[in-house]
Design a protein around this ligand. Structure first.
Ligand code: AHR
Length: 502
């Protein structure tokens, strides 16, 4: 008798899973850029850390957001172009502490270096422009520097800096957390600023480039804030038109959970907090549907992941990379698949060394974290058609839970593509095994067409990655017997599996 049952409704399409749902975020914070991706002391084009670049390239990131975060609204892009030894050194207002003694901003990693990184790893760049302390002119100039092919001073400056062809940057964020570090604005104030910026960055400049820009506004976890922002957006005089393609929110969880405390109640609570992602997406999509009725606005989660108490500004927001964090990513990626009709992009925070990074480095090496393995296992979903699943799962009451009283112990999602059906399942129960029956509605199964892999079967939930054990977290083959009508999947505690059915 199975503990849980998953029925995949292969004919009930949700939408195409945007590959950008597997996007990432890298900020000038601690050892993410400097030390993790770029050697701060390097003054030539070989400053990239090849081991990091190679791991990121293998993962095929669809999109990378930069330069912040809070840093974005204190960043002036012209500081970071031109000869590296002539660039001004600045203080880093929001991330003034960190593992380095003087974590000032050298500006040796700037626009051209970031866009070269994106080309090296084959990812689409997403630039976050400064709204909090910048100007619409500065933002529009940045777009021109990156994307214009004509005969202007800014296009020529890019050429002088070594880049002949326009980069064609498509994604432009206008501000970051403008309700907080991005200028402490009310939703109405930010909406008015957004309209001003979008006029210069989008409406006019769209005419000058060979491709469309997609403009992104930064929203909030709270429904009320987004509703007020969108209402003010609609108040544009004379029905003025300006682009607003995506609205974002940030969702971090685990601030009450130290990774080294093997406290199962806290693990449950952190997972329940992670699963609140679904509610945030629904509420944001609801605000868009209710208010922005004439616009097609996608939901982006451009910062998400675990943030444990051990990650503070003092240590550059560094925390261990555990199985447990990876498990939460699996559950959240299932939510993104299930909401592929509204979610257009997400960016886990942050790519290297910071928070729930996928890659960790020391002076000499770079290695993949358990969360990297989850993204790799989920990669076949990218671009597939997400389909509905019914998950009949046991639940557990969460001790001291805030809003989710019951933690569903099994999380799943499914998609259909050229290679068949792909189902990902996570056992969120850190105390016990779950036996799960998976069936495809109206489909007879042939065992020869089924294969499966599992992550973390041998590890405890609080087991953390180091450079010496990183290979232990790779996926293993999993035997999944089938009686022709369903597939039996045995999931040890805190594991993630993927089942492929041709
Ligand atoms: O990712 C760390 C910080 O978290 C970002 O700078 C900010 O946007 C968020 O509050």
């Amino acid at each position: 008798m199975a503990d849980a049952e998953i029925t995949v409704h292969t004919a009930a399409s949700i939408d195409r899973i945007a590959p950008e749902i597997h996007g990432h975020f890298a900020e000038h914070l601690g050892r993410c850029i400097y030390g993790g991706i770029w050697h701060a002391d390097s003054a030539d084009e070989d400053g990239f850390r090849e081991e990091t670049v190679s791991l990121l390239e293998d993962l095929e990131l669809p999109v990378l957001r930069w330069p912040g975060g809070c840093f974005a609204d204190d960043y002036h892009w012209e500081d970071g172009v031109g000869p590296q030894d002539e660039r001004p050194r600045r203080r880093n207002l929001f991330w003034a502490q960190g593992p380095e003694e003087k974590p000032e901003e050298s500006n040796s990693f700037g626009t051209d270096e970031f866009l070269e990184l994106c080309e090296r790893i084959g990812t689409e760049p997403y630039l976050a422009a400064n709204v909090g302390s910048g100007s619409p002119q500065e933002a529009a100039n940045w777009v021109e520097y990156c994307n214009y092919d004509g005969d202007t001073e800014l296009a020529d400056r890019r050429r002088e800096n070594g880049r002949e062809d326009p980069y064609g940057v498509k994604y432009w964020g206008l501000g970051n957390e403008n309700w907080g570090c991005g200028g402490q604005m009310s939703p109405e104030q930010y909406a008015r600023e957004y309209r001003r910026y979008a006029t210069y960055v989008g409406t006019q400049s769209n005419l000058m480039f060979d491709h469309d820009l997609e403009l992104i506004a930064c929203g909030f976890e709270g429904h009320e804030w987004n509703r007020r922002f969108l209402e003010e957006i609609n108040e544009a005089p004379w029905g003025a038109e300006f682009p607003l393609d995506h609205l974002t929110l940030h969702h971090y969880y685990g601030r009450g959970t130290n990774v080294d405390e093997a406290d199962e109640d806290k693990y449950d609570r952190m997972l329940a907090e992670a699963l609140e992602m679904e509610r945030h997406i629904e509420r944001m999509a609801g605000a868009i549907n209710a208010v922005a009725t004439t616009r097609d606005i996608g939901v982006i989660i451009d910062e998400w992941g675990t943030w444990h108490p051990e990650a503070t500004a003092d240590n550059g927001l560094e925390q261990e990379g555990t199985v447990f964090d990876a498990l939460s990513a699996a559950a959240v990626l299932n939510i993104f698949n299930d909401n592929s009709d509204v979610v257009t992009m997400t960016n886990i925070a942050q790519t290297v060394n910071v928070l729930q990074c996928l890659v960790e480095t020391d002076e000499d090496d770079a290695w993949a974290r358990p969360t990297y393995r989850v993204f790799d296992l989920y990669a076949p979903h990218k671009g597939n058609e997400a389909v509905r699943t019914s998950v009949d799962t046991p639940t557990r009451e969460v001790v001291d839970g805030d809003s989710n009283d019951e933690l569903p112990l099994v999380s799943a999602s499914a998609s259909v593509g050229d290679d068949g059906t792909y189902v990902t399942v996570a056992n969120l129960d850190c105390r016990g095994e779950q036996t799960v029956d998976v069936s495809l509605e109206g489909t007879d199964l042939n065992e020869d067409d089924i294969s499966a892999e599992i992550l973390f079967a041998e590890q405890e939930p609080d087991y953390a990655v180091t450079k010496h054990n990183a290979d232990e977290f790779t996926a293993d083959d999993l035997a999944v017997p089938s009686d022709g009508s369903s597939i039996e999947v045995e999931l040890p505690p805190s594991t993630v599996a993927a089942i492929s059915i041709e």
